[in-house]
Design a protein around this ligand. Structure first.
Ligand code: NIG
Ligand code: FE
Length: 435
C-alpha cells in the first residue's frame, strides 16, 4: 500500500458533492479547503481536509509539500485531437473575411483534414496526436474526450480510433466515434448513402472492436439533418454506445432537443440553440458542453447562452473543441476565462464546468472531477494563491504539477516562479515535415 500526504496547498478546491452533473444554482457552490491537504492511497483520494488535521491523522504517510492551489484534474469533454496538419491556409482565408462554411466550399475545412488524415500512416498520426495530448496535460487536462471524424471511411475512422486506443501520452482518453462528421466527397451526390455506410459498415466494426464509448454526429444545416442524425444515434445506442451531439453550432436545427430526447450524455456547442432547446436541456440529464474557443477563433459573434442555461437549471461544461479548423486551443483554464468574461459565468461555475461537469459529459462523474474520497487522484497544482486566479490570468500557463492516479507526471516544462514562465523549450508539436 502506498500512502502520500500532500500538504501545504494554500487552498484545495475539492468540488466535493454528489457524483453527478451539477445543475443550475448548484454550479456556483464550490467547496474550497484553506490550507488543505489530500491523502492519496494507491492512486485514489482517501481523505481531504486541513493540513493540520490530516497531519495528525496520518502520521505514517509519506509527506510531500506543495505550493499553490490544488484542483481536481481538468476534464476536456470535447476534442478532435487526432489530425495531421494545422489548417493555416484556412486561418489566412478567414483573416481575409471568408467564413467557415465558405472556406469549406473553397476546398479547405473538414474535408482538407480528411484528405490529410487518409494519406498518413498511423504511426505518424500517433506521434502528432501524442505530442499534442502531452501539451493538453501540460495545461492541467488529465482526461480528454477524443473524436474520430477525419477519416470518413471505415479504414481511416478505425485508424483514428486505434491512435486513441494506443496512445501513451499520459491523459486518460475517452474515445468517441464521429463517422458522421461530414459527408465525404465521394458521397456528395447521395448523402443518405453515406449515412447508411456509417450505420451498416462503421458502427458494427466500432462495436465489435469496442473502439469507442460514445457516438457523435455533426447535426447542422448543410451537414447532417436532425433526421439523419437521429438514425445514426439510435443505431449507435442500440449497439451500446453512449451518445453525444454537435448541436446548433453555427445555425440552429433542433439539435439540443434531439440530444435531450435521445438521452445523450451531452449536447455540444449550442451557440445557435433555441429557447425550446434551452428548455429541453434544463429538463434533461444531458450536459450542455460549451466551446467558447470556437466562436472566438472563428471570429463569430454570439456565444452560447451559458447564463440562461444555468439560470434555467441546466448543467454546463466548458471544453476546448481542440481541432485544426475551428479551435486550435489547448487550455481549459483559458476556457474558464472566456466562460467568465464572455459567457457571464461565475468563476465558481467555470471551475465546476471543467471538473465535475466535464466528467459528467464523458460519463465519468462517479470517478473523476472531484478531490473526494474514492475518486481517482488526478490532481492539478496551479501556481496561484486564490482559486479565482484560475479564470483571471490568461495568456500564461500557471499549471506547475500534475498527478495521474496519484503518480506525478513529467511535464513539458516547469514554471520558473509565480506567474512568470520561460517560454522557450516547448517541444515542436504543431508541425512535421509534411506540414
Ligand atoms: O466542432 N463542427 C464540427 N467539427 C469541428 C470543426 C472541425 C474542423 O473544422 O475540422 C467543431 O467545430
Ligand atoms: Fe467539435
Amino acid at each position: 500500500m502506498s500512502e502520500t500526504l500532500l500538504i501545504g496547498a494554500s487552498q484545495v478546491v475539492t468540488c466535493r458533492g454528489p457524483a453527478r452533473a451539477r445543475r443550475g444554482h448548484e454550479m456556483a457552490e464550490l467547496d474550497v479547503v484553506p490550507h488543505g491537504a489530500v491523502l492519496v492511497r494507491d492512486g485514489i483520494v482517501a481523505d481531504v481536509g486541513s493540513t493540520a488535521d490530516l497531519r495528525t491523522k496520518y502520521q505514517n504517510a509519506t509527506v510531500e509539500e506543495i505550493d499553490g492551489v490544488l484542483f481536481p484534474g481538468f476534464v476536456d469533454g470535447h476534442t478532435h485531437a487526432v489530425f495531421g496538419a494545422p489548417r493555416l491556409a484556412d486561418h489566412e482565408r478567414r483573416a481575409r473575411g471568408i467564413d467557415y462554411k465558405a472556406i469549406a466550399e473553397a476546398g479547405g475545412g473538414i474535408l482538407s483534414s480528411v484528405d490529410d488524415v487518409r494519406r498518413r500512416e498511423k504511426r505518424d498520426l500517433s506521434a502528432l496526436t501524442d505530442s499534442r495530448l502531452k501539451m493538453l496535460l501540460r495545461h492541467g487536462t488529465t482526461t480528454v474526450e477524443v473524436k474520430s471524424g477525419y477519416g470518413l471511411a471505415l479504414e481511416h475512422e478505425v485508424k483514428q480510433l486505434e491512435v486513441i486506443a494506443e496512445s501513451d501520452a499520459g491523459p486518460h482518453l475517452v474515445a468517441t466515434f464521429l463517422g458522421a462528421h461530414e459527408v465525404p466527397l465521394e458521397y456528395r451526390d447521395d448523402r443518405d448513402a453515406y449515412v447508411e455506410i456509417v450505420i451498416n459498415e462503421m458502427l458494427p466494426e466500432v462495436e465489435r472492436r469496442r473502439l469507442a464509448r460514445f457516438c457523435d454526429v455533426f447535426c447542422e444545416p448543410g451537414v447532417f439533418t436532425p433526421a439523419q442524425s437521429r438514425r445514426v444515434l439510435v443505431e449507435a445506442q442500440r449497439r451500446g454506445l453512449g451518445l453525444k451531439l454537435h448541436a446548433d453550432e453555427l445555425d440552429g436545427s433542433g439539435g439540443a432537443e434531439l440530444a435531450a430526447q435521445l438521452g445523450a450524455v451531452s449536447a455540444d456547442h449550442l451557440a445557435a440553440i433555441s429557447s425550446a432547446g434551452i428548455d429541453a436541456l434544463s429538463d434533461a440529464d444531458t450536459v450542455a458542453v460549451l466551446l467558447p474557443g470556437t466562436m472566438m477563433f472563428l471570429g463569430r459573434p454570439g456565444h452560447a447562452p451559458a447564463r440562461q442555461l444555468i439560470d434555467r437549471g441546466a448543467a454546463v461544461a466548458l471544453a476546448t473543441d481542440f481541432n485544426p479548423g475551428s479551435s486550435p486551443g489547448m487550455s481549459l483554464p483559458l476556457m474558464t476565462t472566456m466562460g467568465v468574461s464572455q459567457l457571464r459565468m461565475l468563476p465558481s461555475e467555470a471551475v465546476i464546468a471543467i471538473t465535475v461537469n466535464g466528467a459528467a459529459a464523458v460519463g465519468e462523474a462517479g470517478r473523476i472531477g472531484q478531490i473526494s474520497p474514492g475518486f481517482r487522484a488526478d490532481l492539478v497544482l496551479v501556481a496561484i494563491r486564490d482559486w479565482r486566479e484560475l479564470s483571471y490570468w490568461f495568456g500564461v500557463n500557471s499549471v506547475s504539477r500534475v498527478w495521474l492516479a496519484g503518480v506525478p507526471c513529467p511535464l513539458a516544462q516547469a514554471p520558473l516562479n509565480y506567474c512568470f514562465y520561460r517560454i522557450c523549450g516547448y517541444p515542436v508539436f504543431f508541425h512535421d515535415d509534411q506540414t
